[in-house]
Design a protein around this ligand. Structure first.
Ligand SMILES: [Zn+2]
Length: 232
């Protein structure tokens, strides 16, 4: 293997200890990676550089969202980066929790869909729900629980509960209803459970069933038979 002597620490090292730099005659940096990183760190500590760098980064991020995505993805595939981040996460659980919360808020649809896809997959059930379908569903019911009309504290419900070993996470088996309704519904047969609903809630239940039947290319009656079958 080729070797080179670092101009800073004067140590002769394997060539892979030097960053590739096509503008140099040798094709590599003259300082070894360790020295170069040290110099960079020192340089970045200067106040005027800090300010300049931050402004530049901010501008770059704003102007190149796609490039950034590709860059981050590539970076994340590097096992060294992963190991470093994992270590950082362990050392700073609070910071990680905060950024995770932020991610959840900003990408709520992605987060919700992914979580429920994993849940169905783990149970060996169909899992092909998409973010678009999630957003369509929410829009269809105007962001409200079809049963209560609530706009807050909503949650994803598998109409045919996962516990039956049927259904799964797909557009024809998912509704977004209020958390309290979801708790009440639990693992029950939804058509038997519907008997406990108030009159105005039943109207919403019928709308929900029509919506799901439609997604399954069934009539509401066919859909009901299908669901009942999952409980036998
Ligand atoms: Zn060196």
């Amino acid at each position: 293997m080729i070797q080179q002597t670092c101009t800073k620490c004067k140590v002769t090292k394997e060539i892979n200890e030097f960053t590739i730099n096509r503008t140099k005659k040798s094709g590599f940096e003259s300082r070894c990676k360790t020295c170069r990183n040290e110099d960079k760190r020192e340089y970045r500590k200067r106040d005027h550089v800090k300010v300049k760098e931050r402004a530049y980064e901010k501008k770059y991020r704003k102007e190149n969202p796609d490039k950034l995505k590709v860059y981050n993805k590539k970076r994340w595939q590097n096992p060294e980066v992963r190991a470093y981040k994992e270590e950082y996460r362990k050392k700073n659980p609070e910071i990680f929790k905060k950024s995770y919360r932020k991610y959840k808020e900003n990408h709520f649809d992605k987060y919700t869909v992914t979580k429920h896809l994993i849940f169905a997959k783990e149970n060996g059930l169909r899992a092909d729900w998409t973010r678009e379908e999630y957003n369509d569903l929410v829009e269809f019911f105007n962001g409200k629980c079809p049963l209560t009309g609530d706009t807050e504290d909503l949650s994803v419900d598998h109409f045919i509960p996962i516990s039956t070993g049927h259904g799964g996470t797909y557009s024809g088996n998912i509704v977004v209803i209020s958390k309290s309704m979801n708790l009440r519904k639990g693992n029950k047969n939804p058509f038997l459970w519907a008997d406990t609903l108030k009159d105005e809630e039943i109207q919403g239940f019928i709308r929900m069933v029509r919506y799901l039947a439609d997604k399954n290319n069934m009539s509401p009656e066919e859909f009901k038979d299908y669901v009942e079958g999952c409980f036998n």
